[in-house]
Design a protein around this ligand. Structure first.
Ligand code: CUA
Length: 153
């Protein structure tokens, strides 16, 4: 008779634990990207738009530019890019190997790039300057050398 109670209690605790885990994962910074699409991490180079990393001007969309980023140990493609001030940009990023970060210092752009997923973030760049992009997920021996540069002009 008591066993039933323990079972209920145990299940309840488990559900609560998973719930807390989910909530904390959600709040853990890396505010969840607006959308996550799937991609085959082994075929990133052959999958559009990641076959052509870089900045593209687009028309007929809610944003002016699309920035396609491919991360791999230990660099980003492209290694540097320039965007006109005031542009609304959709960033689409993925990784070819392990988890990398994509943090644009001095802005609120901060994504986690996971193999098999496309991380997306739409933002308007209102401030001119040079913004260092760093990897904030430990990814191996070259982690600290992993950088790119965003120039807003
Ligand atoms: Cu890539 Cu740390």
């Amino acid at each position: 008779r008591y066993e039933k109670w323990w079972l209920t209690l145990g299940t309840g605790a488990l559900v609560l634990f998973l719930f807390i885990l989910g909530v904390s994962a959600f709040h853990q910074g890396h505010k969840p990207p607006s959308a996550k699409a799937f991609i085959n991490p082994e075929r990133v180079d052959a999958t559009a738009p990641f076959d052509q990393p870089g900045l593209k001007e687009v028309t007929g969309k809610d944003w002016d530019y699309e920035l396609v980023i491919v991360a791999s140990a230990f660099h980003y493609e492209p290694g540097e890019f320039t965007i006109p001030k005031g542009s609304k940009v959709k960033i689409m990023a993925t990784t070819k190997d392990v988890i990398h970060g994509f943090e644009v210092a001095g802005t609120n752009i901060n994504m986690m790039l996971e193999p098999g997923y496309v991380s997306e973030y739409v933002t308007t760049l209102d401030q001119t300057g040079e913004f260092l992009i760093v990897c904030n997920e430990y990814c191996g021996a070259g982690h600290h050398t992993m950088k790119s540069m965003l120039k807003v002009v």
